[in-house]
Design a protein around this ligand. Sequence first.
Ligand code: SF4
Length: 239
Amino acid sequence: MTDLNQKIADTSATLARIAADFSPAVFASSLAAEDMVLTDLILKAKLNIGIFSLETGRLHKETLDMLERVKQHYDGYEITLYRPQTEAVAGYVAQHGLNAFYDSVEMRRECCRIRKVEPLGRALAGNKAWVTGQRRAQSTTRAELHVQEDDPAHGMTKFNPLADWSEQDVWDYLRNNGVPYNALHDQGYPSIGCEPCTRAVQPGEDVRAGRWWWENPDSKECGLHMVDGKLIRIKSVAA
Ligand code: SF4
């Protein structure tokens, strides 16, 4: 068995275990390449793991297009969307301005809290586990990522089934299996988030160099993920 086939088998086994032993479980998809690997494995195996995305209101058109492309490719499957609270967004914009996240790390985290962290809490409520497409090799803040972790902040178990996958593994899987992927990946975007906070990177640059590029690399997380029981963003502030 090739290295990639072994990783696919291990990942499929992990997903099957989540569906069997951690139900109800959900997969948080940002509709990027890694997420499409997991989407493909979950939907082809008809696993009982719900798939949702955070529709922040600031996503690229190409990212939103993925919702329809997933629907067409997987027999009408509709990814569940969670949106920020209208009043919270309106309050932030009225008080600080639409793009105040460029002004300071605090303003950026507050925008992420309103548009991502709070909706994520609603999406995860009532589940035993959640799944992400994070990989260890993606950034310095993900170097200690485990396939299975406790997530005390959300009171459940968190799985990162692609933790040991390389970028090449992800693309080999997508191409070998004809899986649709976000058109931005062909335009120099290895990592995709909200439109105003994501830009293309140069060949050889860190894969997350285009995310919140105006900030220190150690603070480039949105507060959605935990490492060793700690929110990465809190650890970064301490650092
Ligand atoms: S990534 Fe940017 S636009 Fe999106 S929620 Fe965070 S600060 Fe706001």
